[in-house]
Design a protein around this ligand. Structure first.
Ligand code: DHB
Length: 367
């Protein structure tokens, strides 16, 4: 029911992990592969191992998360090592390598190391990490993005397998236009929309401090905070990209309905980050099951039945939106009616029981 494909790679389940939480080691990657996740995506790798930013660098609230990990990872050699690749491949899930080089030169050097490794099904080039001090988000510098994609797409490692590009969230129509026009120029098989909303801040009013330590408290927002931005980015890119380029949605997927909404906006698959951090790989089983339940209720047998088929608003069919104030519950309004009725009966009984003359005296006092 949840079968899909991204960049021509078949996935049994359209829900899998985002690069980031719980993706840093072989054991964690194998645990994802053994869950219901449709693919296994590793932590964004850099050329050298990195310890990342000081702690605390991740915080979850009831509305989402903020992180500024600063690309802690074991270095490219670890993620392309046959011990890791073979262990993930043994789970039967496609292994996707995430690369986030600190320069074009580093990205090309990492691609040299990925070349010829059969177990790597696809590459996700991350152009949108906002958390390395002093390194601007590449996906916001369109000239640089163009230059990087031109060079990366020529690399033999990207001829051997599909290349995907993880983009930053955009907030303005000309930026959607520009980003899509650049991606459309190259042999890119999928885009991932979207990375965290960079350089946001959570503040603790009690302690009067920023909630995370790195970069003076600035970090990337994820989870529920960014669902609507992710929906819009998936939709905007789906509307602008060539049909041959798949869109993968990420941002705020907490349940099956969130996954459904991203697919309705055009996603061929969805990634889960914040909930994976919190729940571990069981989140993929839960979210996939909830998505299937919703699809059964709507009589859909495949995600192709509704992928990208978001309808424009229609006033005629308008139903209350989930954020509208819900009507008062029937049970509570009928409970109020019963109370009023009982009060009236009580007063009537009182009046008939009280001596008529006393009642006249009482009334006279107030008249
Ligand atoms: C990190 C954060 C990101 O949003 C990303 O795309 C890559 C790395 C990090 O802080 O480690």
């Amino acid at each position: 029911m949840l079968k899909t494909s991204i960049g021509g790679i078949a996935l049994d389940c359209c829900v899998y992990n985002a690069s980031g939480p719980r993706t840093n080691s072989k054991n964690l990657l194998v645990a994802i592969g053994e869950s219901r996740a449709g693919a296994v995506l590793c932590k964004s790798a850099t050329l050298e191992e990195r310890k990342g930013n000081p702690h605390p660098r991740y915080l979850e609230t009831e509305h989402g998360s903020i992180n500024s990990e600063g690309l802690p990872n074991k270095g490219i050699d670890y993620y392309v090592d046959s011990a890791v690749v073979d262990a993930v491949v043994a789970t039967g899930k496609p292994y996707i390598l995430s690369l986030s080089g600190l320069s074009l030169k580093n990205n090309l050097a990492m691609l040299d190391k990925a070349k010829g490794i059969e177990g790597i099904s696809a590459i996700e080039l991350n152009l949108a990490c906002p958390n390395v001090p002093g390194k601007p988000t590449m996906a916001y510098d369109f000239d640089q993005m163009d230059e990087v994609l031109a060079a990366v797409c020529e690399h033999p490692a990207c001829q051997e397998r599909p290349l995907g590009v993880k983009l930053a969230p955009y907030f303005d129509m000309p930026h959607f236009d520009r980003a899509a026009a650049i991606v459309n120029k190259y042999k890119i098989s999928f885009v991932v929309c979207t990375n965290t909303i960079g350089n946001a801040m959570l503040v603790d009013a009690e302690t009067e401090e920023a909630c995370i330590a790195p970069k003076g408290g600035y970090g990337g927002l994820g989870g529920g905070y960014i669902k609507q931005t992710a929906l819009a980015n998936v939709r905007a890119m789906r509307e602008r990209l060539k049909d041959s380029i798949d869109v993968v949605g990420v941002g705020g997927v907490s349940n099956g309905v969130d996954a459904f909404e991203l697919i309705l906006c055009g996603a061929s698959a969805v990634q889960v980050g914040t909930k994976h951090y919190k729940e571990g790989p069981v989140c993929f089983t839960r979210i996939a099951g909830e998505l299937e339940d919703l699809m059964r209720r709507k009589n859909y047998s495949s995600i192709e039945d509704f992928r990208g088929k978001l309808k424009p608003f229609s006033a005629r069919k308008a139903k209350p939106t989930p954020t509208a104030t819900p009507p008062a519950k029937k049970s509570s309004s009928s409970a109020t009616n019963v109370i009023v009725l009982l009060q009236a009966v009580f007063i009537a009984v009182l009046i008939t029981l009280v001596d008529k003359s006393k009642l006249d005296q009482l009334l006279a006092r107030f008249m």
